[in-house]
Design a protein around this ligand. Sequence first.
Ligand code: ADP
Ligand code: MG
Length: 238
Amino acid sequence: MSAVQLQQIRKTFAGADVLKGVDIEVDEHEFLVFVGPSGCGKSTLLRTIAGLERVDSGRVLIGGEDVTEVEPSERGVAMVFQSYALYPHMSVYENIAFGLRMLKLPQSEIDRRVNGAAQILQIGQLLERRPRALSGGQRQRVAIGRAIVREPKVFLFDEPLSNLDAALRVQMRLELIKLHKQLNATMIYVTHDQTEAMTMADRIVVLNHGSVEQIGSPLELYRRPRNRFVAGFIGSPK
Ligand code: ADP
Ligand code: MG
């Protein structure tokens, strides 16, 4: 069964067609990357999976279940944003635990999940700190920790590394690949960075003006681009 199915997703903003009938099937445990130029609809598409954006028409299925009308918190997905959106007045521990407190989980379970995520992300020694006392890379780990503790079926990442410097970006890329193997979860990852897409993805979805240009493995897209756009986009590093 597919982890996520997008069926004929359409969305307009103020009369502009932002998603023009998108069909995508995401396999279980897959690392799928949406790539495309700025403004092509990547974030909007990801937000429709999360339920943060209503679709005008089409269906979103998660684990085979139609969730098109289901609340974001009930979809079994967790999203990591480019802006880490941490609470400045809370410790790292409380930032990670926040969503679990909303779920009213017992303290022992919250402890277990927060400490588990902190260990995976190697931020166990930072749990008492405030976000302002962290580096950019550490803040991003906290944001990822927040997603991990919710134990989602599907992780959604929207350009999570674009605020980091180049060296750290390369390191975090490798760590996210490792995290994917370790958690064995389905991950959908948005980027406008071709190198990120080519190095991280099981399969890449190339988007352009709200439509899918091509879906395939990095090697397939590189060797057999369907058109000039894909060839130009995958072939030409910035
Ligand atoms: P990407 O993430 O690929 O850069 P987005 O999905 O953010 O693209 O945006 C796609 C298009 O939709 C852009 O033209 C953007 O201006 C427009 N858009 C996105 N969100 C809104 C919104 N809430 N209201 C109006 N227009 C929007
Ligand atoms: Mg975006």
